[in-house]
Design a protein around this ligand. Sequence first.
Ligand code: CMC
Length: 427
Amino acid sequence: MSKTAIVEIDGKRYEFPVVEGSENEEAIDINKLRDLTGVITLDPGYKNSGSCTSKITFLDGELGILRYRGYSIEDLADKADFLEVSFLLIFGELPTAVQLKQFEDDIRKHTLVNEEMKNIIDGFPRTAHPMGVLAALTSALTAFNPKSVNVDNEKEMYHAVCKTMGKFLVIATWTYRKSMGYPLNYYDNTKGYVENFMKLMFEIPTGPYKASPIVIDALNKLFILHADHEQNCSTSTVRMVGSSHAGLFASISAGVSALWGPLHGGANQAVLEMLEEIHNNGGDTDKYMAKAKDKNDPFRLMGFGHRVYKNFDPRAKIIKKAADEVLETLGVDDPILAIAKKLEALALEDEYFKSRSLYPNVDFYSGIIYRALGIPTDMFTVMFAIGRLPGWIAQWKEMRENKEPIGRPRQIYTGSPLRDFKTVDKR
Ligand code: CMC
């Protein structure tokens, strides 16, 4: 027999169905709650509210499990390629060799960005934060690709997916080129997607450039680890904006803005800045631990804690190992890594952190790898965005295919009751 939940209001009982997911997660379906009872639920920050059902990503915060379409993150990070994982997330199955080749070829058809986009980037000061420039450029893609805005069928959807995958990578690297005053670079269709990222970023006209395979491998892993994370802040934003039938580029642009904040994707930049600050102030980790625990001090240990993971973040485990490997292979001896390890060890033994289930998250070690690869600090969140792109696309596509209604939460009004208006001379 299927489960139900009973709600009692003013002595009246109402019954609601309990929905069960494929991993036995349960939710009370309150779709009819307001119609039947006149009341709504209140859940700031949506700590207890599911906004949709989804077949894309499963995570269990208590057990530290993360899977894309049923495949473990450990397997994917170890054995797969970023575009393979992108295909999996977006289309639901791992591609065959033929499908993967086709997908790569189709993305290549869209790697040239309209030259007029350069006029937009020209208008920004060189000091502009790359995430702000990226959000603006992503939104501007709408104007240059109007056919990819309102996708109605599978063919148009596929086209829009390839276009977004191709152009977003290029404009993401342009934000860095702009900040450096370098000429904007072009994608090279004879090279792979991740290799192109390095070329787009670092190749300059005065000499040849070849990215190290170690670096490409590490980036491939990092992009996969960031590729989706179910209904987080930026992904929910992408789905919410898309639910009004705004186009894919506009929705992704909103996702970029949501990701930018230091409590979300912006944490990777904040972590590195924090580690540098500790290092520059003599490396006193105890002092910063005390600050993090002091309720009168706004300082938080960046890269610690997670809304969903309450045991460990499986991505952090993989990244920590990768950081060790990359630094060793590249021969980098970074004092920042030693500080990170000391902070982690202190926090894991600390009652404040233990009792609140605060563990290192994906952002704690990723910045150390980016730094070793020569990626500047204010590009870290752009790296997260490049990795998260297939997840945003997959979630947007699923939302459209499920014909989800426009996202429109309610509220409980706590403001003033009706008041008489007084003209300004009488106030
Ligand atoms: N340092 C010190 N105390 C913390 C921290 C931290 N990093 N994170 C949470 N707390 C404390 C918080 O003060 C609160 O204490 P109390 O119960 O005494 O009031 C308790 O832990 C619960 O915190 P919360 O803010 O209610 O938890 P949340 O689920 O709303 O927030 C979070 C999750 C990730 C926003 C938060 O842990 C945080 O701000 N962490 C630092 C920023 C960060 O690393 N963000 C990256 C998240 S992973 C990448 C991504 O997917 O976006």
